[in-house]
Design a protein around this ligand. Sequence first.
Ligand code: MTE
Ligand code: MO
Length: 207
Amino acid sequence: MNVHDDPKYQAGEAPSPPTDDPEVIISDDTRREERVPPGQSRTRKWPVLHYGYVPSVAIDSWTLTIDGLVDQPLRLSWEEFRSLPRVKVFSDFHCVTQWSRLGNLWEGVSVREIIKRVGGGYDSGWTTNVPLADFAAEDALLADTHDGEPIDADHGGPVRLMIPKLYAWKSAKWLKRLEFVADDAPGYWERLGYHDHGDPWTEERFR
Ligand SMILES: Nc1nc2c(c(=O)[nH]1)N[C@H]1C(S)=C(S)[C@@H](COP(=O)(O)O)O[C@H]1N2
Ligand SMILES: [Mo]
C-alpha cells in the first residue's frame, strides 16, 4: 500500500499511553522502555495480513456464539453485542512475521465481560491454544473499533479478537464463535508449526 493511501500511517514517534482518559485500559507492554520485542521491528503502517480471503459480513445476519464448557451458552446479535458494557484498550500489536505496530486504541467488549456472562466451567484443565490466563487478561477484548474508526473488513470487522500480549495470529479476525474446550485443539497456524502459546517477548514463534 502506498503511504498516502494509509490514513493510519504513523508519521511520528510511537504513540505513548494516553494520560487524558482514565477509562482507557493500558496494556502493560506499552509501558516498557523498549516496546519492540526481540526480532521485531516497528512498522508505521497499518498492515493487513491474513490467510485466504476477506469475507463480507452483513451486520443484520451477524451473530457471535460463545459455547462449549460454559454454564450459559450465548448467541449475540449485533445489537446485543453493541449494548454490552464497553472498554477501551491501548496496546501494541506484534505479528510473528516480524512487524510491530505500536500504540493502537481498540474499543469493544472485554473478554472478561463475556466470560462473566457465560459463567464458569472452564477453570478445570482448560489448555487450549489461548490459555485462560491470556484470554482473560485485562487488556483482551472483542474489538469493533480501532483508532476511533469501525474495524473494516480487511482488518477483521465487524468484530475481531484482540489479545495484545500474544503474537497477533491469536487475534482472530471476523470473529464468529468462541468455544471453551477441555483439551488443547491447535488452530490453523499451530497445526502448521506455529507455537502453541506465542509470547513475543520470549520469541515463542514456532514449535
Ligand atoms: N480469521 C483470521 N484472523 C487472523 C488471521 C487470519 O489469517 N485469519 N491472521 C492473523 C495474523 S497472522 C495477523 S498478523 C493479524 C493481522 O491483523 P491485521 O490484518 O488487522 O493487521 O490477524 C490475525 N488474525
Ligand atoms: Mo501475523
